[in-house]
Design a protein around this ligand. Structure first.
Ligand SMILES: [Zn+2]
Length: 166
């Protein structure tokens, strides 16, 4: 067993130790990495509020480090769980939701649920676009809907009307 000197407090410590017993300084790369992640667990809430919600709320970091599953709630919400007018996160709920699972008026994500537009690997919405799309108007590898590109020859025309800006 070799001895190394801690870069922080100069203690002689075992080269097998993950952290310095003297000052707790990480000695192994894995340990240093864990610390780096832990440091990344933080929360930011803007002082400006609209309708009682912070304009921006960010909760970041792995769940075990205190960030994680605590939802971010704000006009703009960013977090593993995000709830907001604009929500960005692993699970996002909002007017415009962007995430692994996105649910909103407009939902974008691996699994997207949208009241109006859903865009994602699995999409469920009034207008659904995705690998598997289910909606009134749906476009996708497998589309299930009243109007799909396969069963409605005027499909693209109707979509244009819905958006009204093409
Ligand atoms: Zn030390």
């Amino acid at each position: 067993m070799g001895l190394i000197s801690c870069p922080e407090c100069r203690h002689q410590v075992s080269d097998k130790a993950a952290t310095c017993p003297g000052c707790g300084h990480p000695l192994k790369p894995e340990e240093a990495q864990l610390r780096a992640y832990a440091w990344r667990a933080y929360e930011y809430k803007s002082k400006v509020t609209i309708f009682g919600l912070p304009l921006i709320h960010i909760v970041s970091g792995p769940s075990w480090a205190g960030g994680g599953l605590k939802p971010a709630k704000g006009i703009i919400a960013i977090g593993n769980v995000a709830i907001g007018v604009f929500a960005l996160g692993g699970v996002a709920l909002g007017g415009v939701a962007l995430g692994g699972i996105g649910m909103g008026i407009i939902g974008l994500g691996g699994l997207a649920l949208g009241l109006f537009v859903a865009l994602g690997g699995g999409a469920l919405g009034y207008i659904a676009i995705g690998g598997l799309a289910v909606g009134v108007y749906s476009v996708g590898g497998l589309s299930i809907g009243l109007h799909t590109i396969y069963n409605d020859p005027e499909f693209l025309e109707k979509i244009r009307h819905l958006f009204g800006f093409f």
